[in-house]
Write a protein that binds this ligand. Structure first.
Ligand SMILES: [Ca+2]
Ligand SMILES: [Ca+2]
Ligand SMILES: [Ca+2]
Length: 409
């Protein structure tokens, strides 16, 4: 446990800790750097407040929050009904706390804008042995009120897209029809979009008139797995992109059955920094495990979401994901082991802001500075092992506030 908690710390980049990365011989410098960091008792440590603000969602993914507090949530859906488009249930919903009582449960507070985007499960579509639902994946809110929504159809229909949606909730334009754009972000002037295509291990740029261009292909990771870029954000000071490389599965070439697949190798995931002009890639934060999304604030603090800490047994192909009486199984990723880690800009050691989260997938920093985390990846309602015995998969949006120390703001 201790080793795992420390892992991101030792993998941190030079730029983050502001000292030379050669570990041997830097202990003195190292201690010097840590003096003044809150964990060492010399300043007051924040205590994050973690709350569930939406529940009962079906694979919440991209979240956008307006300056007036409306929350837009893309849901990848149930993963069911692969062949019948009228039964697809990927969604986009607007949540407004109209009466200001802190919840989104009162009359007219939930506006469902779209209910039939593509949804599919990699388990049934591709026999991956993992319970992974895809569909609507990321969401951006432009300052002019338009929403940009990427939809991943896994190559199973003709609905893979980046939709531009008017402030009134109508799809106006589809910008690019490429591979699965799991993560999208605007450039600093909100004049174009950067996207990561996890299926192709690429980072691309998309203009508002629909032209796209490749920036970089991510090379294989340390154990030879695919990089699988999952989420990205833009550094507000440099314009560099920070990309979460989730890491792909590892297959034992000597063996032939699905049992020889490891969903991922703990510690091989990382955050890289990419210069979008030159395509130069540098390691930013290493030794991560299933880094699924990354965010950065105006003060340059970096936030990383890890989906799970360890791989688990895969699900046999005859398993019924939709059987409410099914045996609780993890499904490739250890449930309730996700976490959110803060890497302070001042070089102090990273802090875990929330842990034991069930399969988080996305982080959004709201205009209110709160962190919004989408959780509960997998087939909604499927029995899974929980922290206190068997439970079921429930999609939730959690909010983290009061997480920064005074000196970090
Ligand atoms: Ca309310
Ligand atoms: Ca209420
Ligand atoms: Ca995100």
């Amino acid at each position: 446990m201790t080793r795992k908690l420390n892992a991101p710390f030792f993998g941190i980049s030079c730029s983050r800790l502001k000292f030379h990365c050669k570990v041997a011989g830097v202990v003195a410098t190292f201690l010097f750097v840590l003096v003044g960091c809150s964990s060492f008792g010399l300043s007051k440590e924040s205590s994050p407040i973690v709350e569930t603000i939406l529940t009962g969602l079906e694979n919440p993914r991209g979240v956008a929050v307006s300056t007036t507090g409306e929350i837009y949530v893309a849901e990848a859906g149930t993963g069911l009904h692969l062949l019948d488009p009228t039964k697809w249930d990927g969604k986009l919903t607007k949540f407004t706390d109209l009466n200001g009582d802190g919840d989104f449960e009162d009359e007219a507070e939930v506006e469902r804008w779209f209910s039939h985007f593509m949804t599919y499960n990699g388990f049934s579509a591709y026999g991956t042995g993992r319970d992974e639902v895809s569909g609507p994946s990321d969401l951006l809110l432009h300052s002019d009120g338009r929403l940009f929504l990427s939809v991943d159809d896994g190559g199973l229909s003709d609905s893979m897209a980046l939709h531009v949606i008017s402030p009134e909730g109508r799809i106006g334009l589809t910008l690019a029809d490429r591979n699965n754009m799991n993560g999208i972000v605007f450039d600093r002037d909100q004049q174009k979009i950067f996207a990561v295509e996890s299926g192709l291990n690429t980072l691309i740029e998309i203009s508002f008139s629909g032209e796209f261009q490749n920036i970089v292909n991510f090379p294989l990771l340390d154990s030879g797995q695919q990089a699988v870029p999952a989420g990205l954000t833009i550094d507000p000071q440099t314009g560099d992109l920070l990309v979460a490389l989730f890491s792909g599965y590892l297959f034992d070439e000597q063996a032939s059955s699905i049992d020889d697949i490891t969903s991922f190798v703990a510690g091989d995931s990382k955050i890289v920094r990419v210069d979008p002009v030159t395509g130069k890639i540098t390691d930013e934060i290493m030794n991560l495990t299933t880094a699924v999304d990354v965010a950065i604030d105006a003060a340059e603090n970096i936030y990383v979401v890890e989906m799970a800490t360890s791989p688990t047994e895969l699900i046999p192909s005859e398993f019924d994901l939709y059987d409410p009486e099914a045996v609780p199984v993890h499904g490739g990723y250890l449930r309730f082991s996700g976490r959110v880690i803060l890497y302070p800009a001042d070089g102090c050691p990273p802090r875990v802001l929330a842990e034991g989260i069930d399969a988080p997938t996305n982080i959004t920093i709201g205009p209110d500075s709160a962190l919004y985390i989408s959780t509960g990846q997998g087939t909604p309602g499927r029995p899974i092992p929980g922290p206190d015995g068997s439970t079921i998969i429930v999609g939730k949006l959690i909010r983290i506030t009061h997480y920064l120390n005074e000196t970090e703001k």
